[in-house]
Design a protein around this ligand. Structure first.
Ligand SMILES: [Zn+2]
Length: 320
């Protein structure tokens, strides 16, 4: 049973807005594109791995968890829950070859022949596993075995390790073998540690404690206000800015027309600057010359607001 689905992270959504709106000659523009393409590959890798989870109907499945541990957070891509054991899956979409040595140091050989040091995903899942066990103990969940696997969702990823390294075959698998690996785990744990009702309660508790990440990417990439392209964009061809004529937005490039194009642009605003907006900020970001038009559009959105008529601050919907 699927308890919590996977959606694009706020980080990816912010990067998409930045890719759309940062001036092309900004010195960090290519780094933004790089991070976005890496994260999108990861996201689609996780999605494609979900296909291999379909046979496991008896599990409660929770995707994308971010839970607090001490002063920071730990993240879990997919958690499978059953009354007998839990399985933590860390899904990786990696191109090239991962080479482990007998000390578990990892090098990634890229397709272009270059190599780079790579964070060991086995350490990563072990850390997640111990954080999860601690988290459950703190939340008074009866002890239950937790196993972890690193799942390679790109079928072309090659894993190399010396025979003396026993952890690589124990922890790492490719998506198509996931079912077999879970069958083996299933045979190891016969005893029910939680009732079905307790598994349901635990799943809901995990979802309730999930804290989405909200990174300040403008600060990280040193983006100033003048680096951001303003205006309403066309949802058909992404041209910007579209023009407003007779209460309708018109795209000069593809001739698309719509009364609602400002809504997507406000979602961009919320991702860049947060959900609060004044009439002046609205006019400025949407390149509107009339504050009366702005007021009408804001009123039509039925947003909650604070402050009097002049200093009114509206709260935009959480960007989706
Ligand atoms: Zn267009």
């Amino acid at each position: 049973m699927l308890i919590k689905n996977r959606t694009k992270s706020v980080r990816i959504k912010k990067l998409e807005v930045m890719q759309r709106r940062i001036i092309r000659h900004h010195q960090r523009y290519l780094s933004i594109e790089d991070e976005l393409s890496g994260r999108l590959a990861g996201h689609f890798g996780e999605q494609s791995n979900d296909y291999f989870l379909k046979p496991f109907r008896e599990f409660s499945v929770v995707h994308d968890l971010r839970l607090s541990a001490h002063d920071s957070y730990f993240q879990i891509d997919t958690l499978l829950l059953s009354p007998r054991y839990l399985v933590n899956l860390e899904v990786k979409y990696i191109t090239g070859t991962l080479v482990f040595d007998h000390l578990n140091q990892v090098i990634r050989l890229k397709d272009d022949g270059t190599e780079e040091a790579f964070k060991n995903p086995i350490f990563q899942v072990k850390r997640q596993q111990s954080h999860l066990i601690e988290w459950m103990a703190k939340n008074r969940i009866p002890p239950i075995p937790v196993r972890s696997l690193v799942v390679m969702s790109n079928p072309r990823t090659i894993i190399k390790a010396p025979p003396s390294n026993k952890e690589v075959p124990q922890y790492i698998t490719h998506s198509p073998y996931l079912q077999e690996r879970i069958k083996v785990i299933d045979k190891m744990y016969g005893e029910e540690k939680l009732t079905k009702k307790e598994v349901g309660k635990l799943s809901k508790m995990l979802v309730r404690h999930h804290t989405p990440e909200n990174p300040d990417l403008l600060k990280r990439y040193q983006i100033e206000e003048e680096d951001i392209i303003k205006g309403v964009y066309c949802t058909e061809c992404f041209y910007m800015p579209v023009v407003r004529k007779k209460a309708t937005w018109h795209c000069p490039k593809c001739s698309y027309k719509s009364k609602d194009l400002h809504l997507n642009t406000l979602s961009d605003y919320a991702l860049l600057y947060g959900q609060s907006i004044t009439n002046k900020q609205f006019c400025d970001f949407l390149c509107l010359s009339s504050r009366h038009t702005a007021k009408r559009l804001l009123d039509n959105m039925n947003l909650t607001h604070t402050g009097g008529y002049k200093g009114r601050v509206y709260t935009l919907p959480y960007p989706t």
